[in-house]
Design a protein around this ligand. Structure first.
Ligand code: HEM
Ligand code: HEM
Length: 187
């Protein structure tokens, strides 16, 4: 618990915090494994290794997001901080979009590989293709699970991080502390 937090600051519970930071860490891992895969020769052992890890992290993000939404239904999060109405609405929309994205993007990733009739990989376990070879679907997924999706997700997360820092350090309303078990520097 933070010592600098004002008395009565309503925080997210430790489980909600764990889900939040695990998903954030895995998203970073997904982008890193993607860069490492692209720098390996296509079809090489290194390529397959990084792609396998990418798929495993992605499936984990999907499972964790499901669990996170389920958990929030039974242990409701604290009310959003007092702020202008547009800002509260933007925060609510961003949180819904972030959770929706971490559910839908892995499904598109699965469909990107499954539409080539290749099984996905979850830490060495094959996840069979349920759709078989579908060139048109593969083409669509190269867009929905391709560079446009990456730009969308990085922008959304970037805005979310900027908003969190703005709350914490400009509005000084201790927003970041609500998602941390300790006080961040400068709080
Ligand atoms: C939130 C989760 C995920 C994120 C953020 C993510 C992100 C990305 C990104 C940025 C790319 C590169 C796109 C491009 O520039 O063409 C990519 C490629 C890919 N992803 Fe994901 N991904 C996720 C989950 C998954 C999952 C769950 C699977 C499969 C089960 C998967 C399979 C793939 C495949 C097959 C590629 C193409 C690799 C290639 O070019 O050979 N992804 N992903
Ligand atoms: C350095 C990165 C990040 C920072 C600093 C950050 C910060 C925060 C903070 C401070 C809150 C609490 C807002 C409040 O006071 O009500 C929050 C909530 C939330 N964040 Fe992040 N966040 C980061 C990354 C992410 C990522 C990558 C996602 C992607 C899924 C995400 C999704 C959410 C969601 C859905 C909520 C609403 C609460 C919940 O459902 O757990 N955040 N974030």
């Amino acid at each position: 618990m933070s010592t600098a937090s004002p008395a009565g600051l309503q925080k997210y519970g430790l489980v909600a915090q764990a889900f939040h930071w695990l998903v954030a860490l895995l998203l970073l891992g997904l982008l890193i494994t993607n860069v490492l895969r692209s720098s390996a020769a296509e079809g090489s052992d290194a390529f397959m290794f990084w792609l396998g890890l990418h798929m495993s992290f992605g499936i984990l993000v999907f499972v964790l997001t499901f669990a996170r939404i389920f958990w929030a239904k039974f242990t409701p999060p604290p009310e959003l901080l007092d702020a202008p109405q547009w800002s509260v609405l933007a925060a609510k929309a961003a949180h819904v979009l972030l959770n929706l994205s971490t559910l839908v993007i892995p499904v598109f990733g699965y469909l990107r590989i499954a539409s080539k009739d290749i099984p996905a990989n979850f830490f060495g376990l094959p996840v069979p293709s349920l759709v078989g070879e579908q060139p048109w679907l593969h083409h669509v997924m190269e867009i929905f699970h391709g560079t446009p999706m990456a730009i969308y997700l990085v922008s959304l997360v970037g805005l979310h991080i900027a908003a969190a820092l703005w709350h914490q350090y400009v509005r000084k309303d201790h927003a970041l502390e609500r998602m941390l078990p300790w006080s961040p520097p400068g709080a």
